[in-house]
Unconditional design. Sequence first.
Length: 66
Amino acid sequence: MKIMLILYAFVGIIFQIIIGKWTGFGQGSIGILTFVFLIEIDPRFKFAYILPNIKAKQETKNGESK
């Protein structure tokens, strides 16, 4: 799973470099947008799936500490 995140970041960086070389301008945000897009289309990393799981873990942690 961590390998996929690194791969998506690498693809975003490569895409950013290619677009930057092609246009002659720095394209800093396109790499981040590409990374977020790749994360969002992958069902294992989808933010709509991850956020409720984080909230559920926090709620169980708070419930155990009382």
